[in-house]
Design a protein around this ligand. Structure first.
Ligand code: ADP
Length: 516
């Protein structure tokens, strides 16, 4: 009702009056006290209604292993229904004036801010990150809705004078259509709004398939989208288990009603989705793996580099695709950097449950993730690396790993050429700028890269030469909604956020206007 009222008020096309999602709220059995019942949803959200599925799958707190609840395990039928709902809604949503779409996104943003603490608690419960970081993610996530609520009103076309007197060329920007949005568990909220904000602003509708580890944040966003008056079918969510991800992913990404696939996750899964896209020639945005170098040159301010290294490496326990994955440190500054970095890790990092005050390092998402860090450490040590700090599972619990610092790391070690996605900082010593750039670029991915230097000419040279989509110069945290996020090489295709992000959801149409 709320949506119809708002839309009617501005003379916009009416959307189909689907019943809204007001099924009784179901409290998650066994959810830790303090989780917000009003935002905890466990059914899929399709066409503005909460829909259970024939089966459910469990969601666990990675810190304790406790079951948070059972979530609808949507299958191919639910996926297709969601695409149909999105396709029907698209017919109306594309015609809703940009100002109205903008207001609805803004309302959604306001509701996220009003519910910031509750949304953060959900993130900490299902992802494990410290509550403070989760609050930061909610703000970052909400800011994408705010940003794209503003960008919605700034989609401009062009008028082109051609070779003929009696003709003009017009360029219109139109929404691509239904977008499938597949997201990872490391930013359960922000990876959704970064895509969905842009899509809705452009006039597209979406079907979101959230990661199986963290579906509750996506469903909480659906609850708020509904309260904000986002019309039925514009934002749909089909959660599913890992077992069903392949068939649901395939159903979504091959459906002829879908025009766009936007994915954040591993390069391996991205390649599968690119095959689907190729078969039916769909637009794609891919945010895939990284292997970020963090270079410290002799000319660097060591203390600043250490602060940047801590922030860039250990946020989310090292589980972000822009986390520094390897530290390249020039010989002259190496020992001083390692000493200060180790001391800063000792002083600043505290492993524990994300709900506990003072925790900076929560659990990894699951045991498989812990095994990968363990493998990278043992491989490096077996090939001659030295453990300066940490190096093993943390006694706090089975998904916890000690913040680890390794030196004497060489190019032949796994951690030097694979993304670790955990709290491991391997340090490689180098002699020259050329050597550092060559090591940094010897990767088949290129998402973020960081370096510390106080030499202006060196800063210019290295920023240009690094084969990555984003560079931090004397900065370890660089993501912000105003700037373009994305990678080169096998780190992906397209850019998100910023003034460029909305283009991923727009088609250009050339209209030749003759007979003038
Ligand atoms: P991770 O290994 O860290 O979970 P993935 O790339 O496998 O990274 O997962 C990111 C997202 O992709 C999740 O939502 C996951 O369910 C989904 N996913 C995984 N495999 C497939 C697939 N074959 N088709 C569609 N989605 C998939």
């Amino acid at each position: 009702m709320a949506a119809c009222f708002r839309l009617r008020g501005c003379g916009a096309p009416r959307l189909p009056p689907a019943p809204r999602g007001r099924a009784p709220l179901r409290r998650l059995a066994g959810a830790p006290a303090g989780l917000p019942a009003a935002l905890l949803r466990t059914d899929g959200f399709v066409g503005g209604r909460w829909r259970p599925a024939a089966a459910t799958f469990p969601v666990h707190d990675p810190a304790t292993g406790a079951a948070l609840g059972q979530v609808a395990d949507c299958g191919v039928a639910e996926a297709r229904a969601a695409v149909r709902a999105a396709s029907e809604a698209f017919r109306s949503w594309r015609g809703v004036p940009a100002k109205e779409r903008s207001s609805l996104l803004r309302k959604w943003y306001d509701l996220m801010i009003q519910n910031q603490d509750d949304l953060a608690r959900i993130i900490t419960a299902e992802n494990g990150k410290p509550l403070k970081e989760a609050q930061g993610e909610v703000l970052y996530s909400a800011l994408f809705l705010e940003w794209f609520s503003e960008e919605a009103r700034r989609v401009y076309g062009d008028v082109i004078g051609g070779p003929a007197r009696d003709r003009r060329g017009l360029v219109l920007k139109q929404p691509v259509g239904v977008a499938v949005v597949i997201t990872p568990w490391n930013f359960p909220s922000a990876m959704i709004t970064r895509k969905v904000g842009a899509a809705l602003a452009a006039g597209c509708t979406v079907v979101v398939k959230p990661a199986e580890d963290t579906p509750l944040s996506a469903l909480a966003l659906a609850e708020l989208a509904d309260q904000a008056g986002i019309p039925p079918g514009v934002y749909n969510v089909v959660p599913c288990s890992r077992q069903k991800a392949k068939e649901v992913g395939e159903a979504l990404c091959t459906d002829p009603l879908v025009s766009k696939i936007s994915f954040t996750g591993s390069t391996a899964t991205g390649k599968i989705l690119l095959h689907y896209a190729a078969d039916s020639v769909k637009r794609v945005s891919m945010e895939l793996g990284g292997h970020a170098p963090f270079i410290v040159f002799d000319s660097a301010d060591v203390d600043r580099a250490v602060a940047g290294a801590l922030a860039s490496k250990f946020r989310n326990s090292g589980q972000t695709c822009v986390c520094s994955n390897r530290f390249l440190v020039q010989r002259g500054i190496h020992d001083s950097f390692v000493k200060k970095f180790g001391e800063a890790m000792e002083r600043s990092l505290r492993v524990g449950n994300g709900f506990e005050e003072g925790t900076t390092q929560g659990p990894l998402i699951n045991e498989k993730a812990v095994e990968k860090v363990e493998k990278h450490v043992s491989d490096a040590v077996s090939k001659g690396a030295t453990v300066v700090m940490g190096g093993k599972r943390h006694q706090f619990g089975k998904n916890f790993f000690e913040p680890t610092l390794l030196t004497e790391v060489t190019q032949g070690m796994l951690c030097a050429h694979e993304e670790t996605f955990g709290p491991l900082a391997p340090v490689i010593k180098f002699d020259t700028e050329e050597e550092a750039v060559a090591i940094a670029n010897a990767a088949d991915v290129g998402l973020a890269g960081y370096f510390y230097s106080r030499d202006p000419a060196q800063i210019w040279r290295v920023a240009e030469q690094l084969e990555v989509g984003m560079v931090g110069v004397n900065e370890g945290l660089i993501s912000t909604v105003e700037c373009p996020f994305g990678g080169v090489k096998q780190s992906g295709l397209g850019r998100e956020g910023s003034k460029y992000g909305i283009d991923e959801y727009l088609e250009l149409k050339y209209v030749c206007y003759g007979g003038l």
